[in-house]
Every structure is written in structure tokens, then in C-alpha cells.
Design a protein around this ligand. Structure first.
Ligand code: ZN
Length: 433
């Protein structure tokens, strides 16, 4: 099934290759007008980078030693968890208007429900990787047989959606929640699958504003100067933030790189090994901190801390949490990264401690219990009666509470309708990486 992923030779490392590299890394403007018909000021895609998963099985400095061999001001856009037409199609429209190519990590379940969404990714020239069959947030301690099912199932679903073009699926995999394990990585490597972490997220799966998504995407990119940005095409806040992100990339001279897998007919872009590292130095090695023990709230939706929790700048402040706490270790210590080595470890973001369902749900719950209390205490004594407005609020709150309770309680294993299946999947996706 992955014949096309095998048999790719080693990169040629010749003087000619070096010249080609230098040409590719030159700071020329991105796409020229002729590259994006009808959009003369488009950001465009500056170059295509062909990578061989067998040479570089794991990438992304959030977790790994290696990352893509990008030049300064080069950016790779990645989108997880789709396709979900409502928002994924808007993301695709925005990218198309700028002639920007990205990498999408599709979930098998979503590909089964919306195969047309996967086919659109291909038709528009994007790279399609996979993100497991069912997006479990337990792959770090799953039996290896289950891990294999998730990886293989996601690939099979995406290939089924692609039909005759199944061989166009890239052997790129992003682990749900970035919850790695040695066994998982070993299995992926054996299959010639490249595991993609990222260089920075924009926290767009959290309950934050689109403005915040924009701010985080740009500030983290500016801090690193290049890298793989992790986004989610199923999120409305990402749809809202994306045009401004692309506009800012354009204004600040960033260039989009499109990544595709090497095949027998398409050799990997020649690179040098050190280009896959983020410039480690002896000082960085000496100062590299221990892997932090990270404590976070067990809320079911935030399996790992965001990398931002370790970023410099103190942009977020810790919030005490009285709930059940347990400790977890960041999946793997990032290694020998100069930029990171100088960073003092900040505290977890407040959003890590968010109440499930968000603050508005919590407040509504408080209002509900307050109103219910008033109803109970008012009835027997005939004391103060609830106003019509309060009664209406109570009815609305109770109806909402019942609806949520039903939704939480039912969670059908075999949803009957497409809508129900999507709802179930998206409910999980919306709270996870
Ligand atoms: Zn995900």
C-alpha cells in the first residue's frame, strides 16, 4: 500500500545541489502575478520542498530534534482535524485566493463522512496527510495493535476518499494531541511514514478569540523566524484569523513553502543534514533545561500543554486550579535548539485550566442553580415570586441544560445520521489538538 513511499534514494549532496539550494533560499518575492491568475498581489507559494520520510522520520521542534530545512522567513502551513466542509471550505477559499499551498492532516472518520472534502484538497494542489482514524487522545499509552489500527485506519479512510488517486496521499502523520510514544514512532518509521509535530501552534483549538489566534501565530513565527505553523481548518476562529495571518506574512516578507513527499519519480530536494536542525550551539547544549514536569487539569480535552506554555515572554499567567490534578511529562524534550535553550520556562496558560465547556457554560450553570434555588425557596412561602423574565431565563437555561445532558449522555457509538456523526467528532475535535 505504500510502495510509492519506498525506494527513494538518498539526497544527492553535490555542488550543483548546493547551488540549487541557495537559489531556492534566496529572498526573492513570493509568487509573481503570473503564478496566481486574477490575484496579482497574492502571497503565493514560493517553492516546493520534496522530503523523504525515510531520511527524516520525525520533524517539528515542538518535540523533535529535526524540523523542515527551511530558510529564514519561510513558513509551512498545516491544518488538522478536517475535513469539515463548513469551515474547511472557507479555509480552502482563503488559501486559493492567495495561491497558498498547505498540508492538511485529515481524520479518517471525517474523510469517511466527507470524502468530497478530501478530494477538494487534492484538486486544489494541497498535500494530504493523516491524523488517525478516530482522533484518540491516548495514543501515547495505547497497545501497539490499537496504535496500528488508528494509523492504518486513517490512511485507509483517506485513500478510500481519494479513490483512484489514493496514491496521492502523503505518508505524513500528525499524532492527535501530539501524544507520541516510542512504539508509535517505531511503527511509523517502519512504514516509511513521517511524523509531523510542528514548530509552533496558534492555540486555535482553545476557547480564544480569532484576534488571539492571529497574535499567537504571528508572534511565535516572529520569535522563530521560520517554521511549521499548526492550525485547525475545522475552527471558525481559524477561518476568521487566516486572512490577516496571510496578509501579515505578505507584508513582512515571509514566504510559503509547500511540502510534498519524495517518490520514485520525484527525488527529495537536496539538503545538508544540518539544515534539518535549528542551529544548535555548544552554549545551547550546556543550558538546555531539564524536561519539565507539567501539571494540568484533567479535563478530557487538553491532553498536553501547548508549547506556548513553555515560551518566553510571560504572555500568559498561571491560574490556580482546585480540581483534580495530575502530572504529565511533555512528550519528548526538544533537543539542542538554540532559540529554545535561552527560553525560561513560563507557567501554563490559563486556558489549560479552563472549565470544560468554557466559562459561559459555567456561568449559565451558576445562574441556573441560582434561579432554581429561588424557585424552590419562593414556592412554599409564597414569598417573592420570580419575574416573568426570570422564569423565561430559567426555562431557557433548563432546556439548554437538558439538551447538553442528553448530548453528553448519549454519545452514540453508531450514530445514525451523518450530522450526528460529525457532531460527535467535532465535539471532541473542538477541545483538542
Ligand atoms: Zn487533532
Amino acid at each position: 500500500m505504500d510502495g510509492a513511499w519506498r525506494g527513494v534514494g538518498l539526497s544527492r549532496r553535490t555542488a550543483v545541489a548546493t547551488l540549487a539550494l541557495l537559489a531556492g533560499f534566496a529572498t526573492h518575492p513570493a509568487a509573481a502575478a503570473e503564478d496566481c491568475p486574477g490575484h496579482p498581489n497574492a502571497l503565493g507559494t514560493s517553492r516546493t520542498l520534496v522530503v523523504d520520510p525515510r531520511e527524516h522520520p520525525r520533524i517539528g521542534t515542538m518535540q523533535y530534534r529535526e524540523t523542515l530545512p527551511l530558510a529564514d522567513h519561510e513558513v509551512v502551513l498545516t491544518f488538522d482535524d478536517g475535513p469539515l466542509p463548513r469551515n474547511s471550505n472557507k479555509v480552502l477559499d482563503i488559501l486559493a485566493a492567495e495561491c497558498v499551498k498547505a498540508t492538511f492532516f485529515a481524520i479518517g472518520d471525517m474523510a469517511r463522512i466527507y470524502p468530497e472534502g478530501v478530494r477538494r484538497l487534492l484538486a486544489e494542489g494541497h498535500t494530504i496527510g493523516t491524523h488517525s482514524q478516530d482522533h484518540p487522545l491516548t495514543m501515547n499509552h495505547m497497545p501497539i495493535e490499537r496504535v496500528k489500527q488508528e494509523i492504518d485506519g486513517g490512511i485507509a479512510s483517506a485513500k478510500a476518499a481519494l479513490g483512484e488517486d489514493a496514491d496521492k496521499l502523503a505518508p505524513f502523520f500528525r499524532i492527535p494531541g501530539l501524544l507520541r510514544s516510542d512504539e508509535l514512532e517505531q511503527y511509523a518509521a517502519e512504514k516509511g511514514i513521517q511524523i509531523w509535530s510542528a514548530d509552533f501552534p496558534a492555540d486555535d483549538w482553545r476557547h480564544i478569540s480569532s484576534q488571539r489566534v492571529y497574535d499567537l501565530a504571528i508572534s511565535r513565527l516572529e520569535a522563530k523566524g521560520k517554521g511549521i505553523l499548526l492550525l485547525h481548518d475545522i475552527q471558525a476562529r481559524t477561518v476568521a484569523a487566516l486572512p490577516r495571518i496571510l496578509e501579515t506574512l505578505k507584508l513582512r516578507g515571509y514566504r510559503i513553502v509547500h511540502v510534498v513527499p519524495a517518490t520514485a519519480d520525484r527525488p527529495a530536494t537536496p539538503t545538508e543534514p544540518q539544515q534539518w536542525l535549528l542551529h544548535p550551539s555548544p552554549d545551547a547544549i550546556a543550558q538546555w533545561p531539564q524536561v519539565p514536569k507539567f501539571v494540568y487539569a484533567k479535563l478530557g480535552g487538553l491532553p498536553v500543554p501547548a508549547r506556548s506554555d513553555f515560551d518566553a515572554g510571560g504572555e500568559e499567567t498561571p491560574v490556580p486550579h482546585a480540581g483534580s490534578l495530575f502530572s504529565a511529562t511533555w512528550p519528548e524534550p526538544p533537543e539542542l535548539v538554540a532559540e529554545n535553550a535561552a527560553v525560561s520556562l513560563a507557567s501554563p496558560a490559563p486556558s489549560v485550566f479552563e472549565l470544560e465547556g468554557g466559562l459561559d457554560v459555567a456561568l449559565r450553570g451558576a445562574a441556573l442553580s441560582h434561579l432554581a434555588h429561588r424557585t424552590a425557596s419562593a414556592a412554599p412561602a409564597g414569598a417573592k415570586r420570580l419575574s416573568r423574565r426570570e422564569l423565561r431565563r430559567l426555562r431557557v437555561a433548563r432546556a439548554g441544560h437538558r439538551a447538553r445532558g442528553t448530548a453528553n449522555a448519549s454519545k452514540p457509538k453508531t450514530p445514525t445520521s451523518r450530522h450526528a456523526r460529525v457532531k460527535r467528532i467535532v465535539q471532541v475535535r473542538k477541545r483538542s489538538v
